[in-house]
Design a binder for this molecule. Structure first.
Ligand SMILES: Cc1cc2nc3c(=O)[nH]c(=O)nc-3n(C[C@H](O)[C@H](O)[C@H](O)COP(=O)(O)OP(=O)(O)OC[C@H]3O[C@@H](n4cnc5c(N)ncnc54)[C@H](O)[C@@H]3O)c2cc1C
Ligand SMILES: *[C@@H]1O[C@H](CO)[C@@H](O)[C@H](O)[C@H]1NC(C)=O
Ligand SMILES: *[C@@H]1O[C@H](CO)[C@@H](O)[C@H](O)[C@H]1NC(C)=O
Ligand SMILES: *[C@@H]1O[C@H](CO)[C@@H](O)[C@H](O)[C@H]1NC(C)=O
Ligand SMILES: *[C@@H]1O[C@H](CO)[C@@H](O)[C@H](O)[C@H]1NC(C)=O
Ligand SMILES: *[C@@H]1O[C@H](CO)[C@@H](O)[C@H](O)[C@H]1NC(C)=O
Ligand SMILES: *[C@@H]1O[C@H](CO)[C@@H](O)[C@H](O)[C@H]1NC(C)=O
Ligand SMILES: *[C@@H]1O[C@H](CO)[C@@H](O)[C@H](O)[C@H]1NC(C)=O
Length: 529
């Protein structure tokens, strides 16, 4: 039985007082450096493992993988005391042991895509940044259809390497190929294959991590509760993942990708209304997501319109797809000319916006934009009416100089068949689709940033009646600091009933909250069933 809400709040505030002691210890990075170099038996001058803010390389390394530059420009964020560019698992262990003994915390970064910058800045914690970009091997066991993937690998590197071994294997994970495996897999991981194979986390069969004592554990030595927590609960609260063992997913030799684009005059509103019912119930080989944004109307100067892109992947040929679309979604007017047959790896390029480029572009880890962004998420359980869609469009069209994008990804398929408690990722049966509200901008001044944040908050407030409630669910990988810093508030939003079990696991494996950040799982002993 779970504790009552007021009892758990009291427990929480006690714990928060106890754990804040960590950051007030005397933290010297000289002490850390000496400890680290002793532990690893290295000398920094030969191995180039440590970067302090007074060195010229520090800034370039700090920025090497980040996607959301506003936290670097912000004067209110705390930057790393030192960056450790680990090239050996033993460096990760030493970073944990030495930061602990020197009163520092650790933030780990794999792909640097964190929506709130929590892998490389803090709100005041003094910390060592462990950058795993160099630990990125992908080792495929073709015979057993599995692979060991180091945490610093990007999705592009994973997709490229497994497809190179065998054209008919893929993996269910996100569409942006510079995402790091370390954060992404542990937060869920959804993309074009998730209706057929579940989240990335659903396909993890083993992992290796460094725990709060600096030990390396695998599934067997960590036990099933700990292993459960990492697959959707966000590894940042529980340790530093070194590598994951994943089960690869079968994909046919030929797949078909397509975009059908509709404006308001082409009935976008009716089609999106209809899609809400069709998309989540399609054959699991067919994934149709909708990306909606406002743009100038080409046919009416000075007017704005909405463009809805039906951005889709079918695990099969064009011929089969035509039959499927004709019977399930004839209103879209899909025809043979819309088909693009290709290999699954080429479809990865198609979704990442790299169509026509050589597949080696997937090995480029550099951030594509160096811009700022803000995103929020919602889950839709009842279709939104046409009238409500029209109101949403109006908000999108009003945000003229601050383009707001809605990305609606269908659930259903296998996602419906997995129990909510099977992994910490609780968004299963009953969800039609997830909406991501997203804005990107290039200016770095405070005022522009605030204007964008306000547009998103306005749309999010407007959406309240139309999305999931009690709790209003959110997706951990689309991390949102607006949900607050109180775990009993954001915890159930990201994890529903799995939050209590996550807090209990945290209590066992990291009772003094060494692995902490602004939205990390607090160590609270709950009884859960
Ligand atoms: C442009 C863009 C597109 C995206 N598209 C998708 C998508 O299609 N589907 C989807 O599901 N998500 C998507 N995401 C979200 C993405 O899944 C998350 O941002 C994810 O957490 C990124 O992982 P990372 O390793 O790149 O990030 P990081 O910033 O390195 O880390 C994210 C969090 O995980 C922690 N972490 C990182 N590595 C480790 C580790 N080895 N051990 C323990 N903790 C670790 C960090 O400390 C931080 O808290 C997208 C993000 C961006 C920016
Ligand atoms: C903290 O460390 C500094 C430098 O090593 C030292 O001078 C100081 O006395 C220490 N303070 C405490 C409270 O230990
Ligand atoms: C570690 O060595 C590299 C290469 O020599 C150097 O650039 C870096 O500044 C050194 N780091 C520290 C903290 O001295
Ligand atoms: C930077 O700081 C480190 C650690 O305090 C020190 O060892 C190093 O000499 C400094 N380097 C420069 C270039 O000032
Ligand atoms: C973004 O910044 C990174 C790191 O500084 C750099 O390598 C990359 O070329 C930049 N990308 C663009 C599009 O400017
Ligand atoms: C990592 O370090 C260990 C021990 O410190 C060493 O035995 C091993 O060879 C190193 N591995 C690599 C790839 O450098
Ligand atoms: C390629 O993967 C498929 C499953 O996706 C498997 O059946 C086949 O045996 C593999 N081929 C090779 C050569 O490993
Ligand atoms: C532009 O929008 C206005 C107001 O909605 C509408 O009255 C007008 O007909 C539109 N112009 C064109 C050319 O469609």
């Amino acid at each position: 039985m779970a504790l009552s809400a007021s009892a758990s709040l009291a427990v929480l505030s006690l714990l928060l007082t106890a754990t804040s002691a960590i950051s007030s210890l005397n933290a010297t990075h000289e002490g850390f450096m000496k400890c680290f170099l002793d532990q690893t038996g290295t000398s920094n001058s030969s191995s180039q493992l440590l970067y302090s803010p007074n060195t010229t390389a520090y800034d370039a390394i700090l920025r090497s993988s980040i996607q959301n530059i506003r936290f670097i420009y912000s004067s209110s964020t705390t930057k790393p005391v030192l960056i450790v560019t680990a090239t050996n698992e033993s460096h990760v262990q030493a970073a944990v042991v030495c930061s602990r003994t020197h009163g520092l915390r650790v933030r780990v970064r794999s792909g640097g895509h964190d929506y709130e910058g929590m892998s490389y800045v803090s709100e005041g914690d003094r910390f060592i940044n462990v950058d795993l970009a160099a630990l990125r091997s992908v080792t495929v066991d073709a015979e057993h259809g599995t692979a060991w993937v180091q945490a610093g690998a990007t999705l592009g590197e994973v997709y490229y390497t497994i497809a190179e071994k065998n054209r008919t294997v893929g993996f269910s994970a996100g569409v942006c190929t510079t995402i790091g495996v370390g954060g992404h897999f542990s937060g869920g991981g959804i993309g074009t294959l998730s209706r057929k194979y579940g989240t990335a986390a659903d396909n993890i069969v083993d992992l290796r991590l460094v725990d709060a004592n600096g030990r390396i554990l695998d599934r067997e030595s960590m036990g099933e509760d700990y292993f459960w927590a990492i697959r959707g609960g966000g590894a940042a609260s529980f340790g530093i993942v070194l590598s994951y063992k994943i089960e690869l997913n079968y994909v046919p030799p030929i797949v078909t990708a397509f975009n059908v684009i509709k404006t308001l005059k082409q009935d976008a509103t009716k089609l999106v209304t209809k899609w809400q019912q069709i998309g989540p119930n399609l054959d699991e080989n067919l994934y149709i997501r909708v990306i909606a944004l406002a743009k100038d109307d080409d046919e009416a100067e000075g007017n704005r319109t909405i463009q809805a892109v039906f951005n889709s992947l079918y695990l099969g040929t064009c011929k089969e797809l035509l039959t499927e679309m004709g019977s399930r979604f004839p209103e879209l007017g899909f025809e043979a000319a819309d088909c693009n047959e290709m290999s699954w790896l080429e479809s990865v390029l198609f979704f990442a916006g790299y169509s026509g480029r050589p597949t080696e572009v997937l090995l480029d880890r550099r951030p594509e934009f160096n811009s700022s962004f803000k995103a929020k998420s919602d889950f839709v359980r009842e279709p939104v009416t046409e009238t409500t869609l029209e109101e949403i469009w109006r908000i999108l069209m009003e945000a003229k100089d601050e383009p707001l994008v809605l990305i609606m990804e269908p659930f259903g398929g296998v996602l419906d068949e997995i129990a909510e408690s099977a992994t910490p990722f609780p968004h299963r049966k009953g969800n039609l689709y997830i909406i991501q509200y997203f804005m990107r901008w290039f200016e770095t001044d405070v005022e522009t940033t605030e204007r964008h944040l306000n547009w998103l908050r306005k749309l999010y407030a407007f959406m309240t009646p139309y999305v999931s409630k009690n709790p209003r669910a959110a997706y951990l990988n689309y991390k949102d600091i607006d949900l607050g810093r109180t775990a009993t508030v954001w915890g159930p939003m990201y994890f529903k009933n799995n939050f209590n079990r996550l807090a209990s696991v945290k209590c066992q494996v990291d009772p003094d909250n060494f692995f902490g950040n602004e939205q990390s799982i607090p160590p609270i002993k709950y009884d859960y069933v």
